[in-house]
Structures are given as structure tokens and as C-alpha cells.
Design a binder for this molecule. Sequence first.
Ligand SMILES: [Fe+2]
Length: 133
Amino acid sequence: MAYTWDAVLETGNELIDRQHQELIIAINNLLDACNNGKGRDAAESTLEFMVNYALKHLRDEEELQVRHQYPHYAGHKKMHDHFKRAIAEIVLHFRENGTTVALVGKLNISIGEWLTNHIKNEDARLARYIVSR
Ligand SMILES: [Fe+2]
């Protein structure tokens, strides 16, 4: 299943939206590499890209929250930390087992679905707060 960018995911913050779009592309590329048996090396490079991009995005978003003295920073950061642990689990699973059906399942639930829900709820709330200041 591929994730699509649409208006529901738009927060209105240019930086956040641009990074979310890139991240969704990276997740789709990774799912594609896992599903189409492109080989471990191809999957590994798409995984590495997705992980690095996701971590950079979380850092940038947290920095934005600190800069704007976002009142829900602590809770938002906790959710990011949970997401980071899910990413670490996926990397470990890939190293140990390669591109299994279970990995694709984890990618969909812990990364794709988690992220799209987080964007619609938490990141949208953050973007509204920044606009309101
Ligand atoms: Fe976030």
C-alpha cells in the first residue's frame, strides 16, 4: 500500500509540509523496495534514507517547537521518542531478517499509519499554534 499526500495531511506550515511530503515518498520507496524483492542492498539504502530523513524531520520539528515555546512540546516529544523506538525496531528487524512480510506489516502500522495519524492530529495542532502567535 502506498501513502498519498493530500489536503488532509496539509498543516499549512511550509517546512513541516515539505518534509512530510518527502518522508511519505521515502516510506513509499521503502515499501516498494521491500514488496518488489529488489534485493537487500536496494532495500537497505531506501531504509537508511528513510531513517535519516525521519530523524532529521523530528529534530527540525522539535526545534521549531522550542523556538516558538510550544506549550505541548513535552507531550509531542514523547510521541516522537515513541516513533524513534519504532524506527529502531524496524532497523533491527531488517538487519536480522531482511525484507520479510512482517517487516512490511511493521512499516505500515508503526511508520506509515502512525505518521499519517500524528500529522493529522499533533502536527496540525502545532501548525495552528504557530500561525496563531
Ligand atoms: Fe510531530
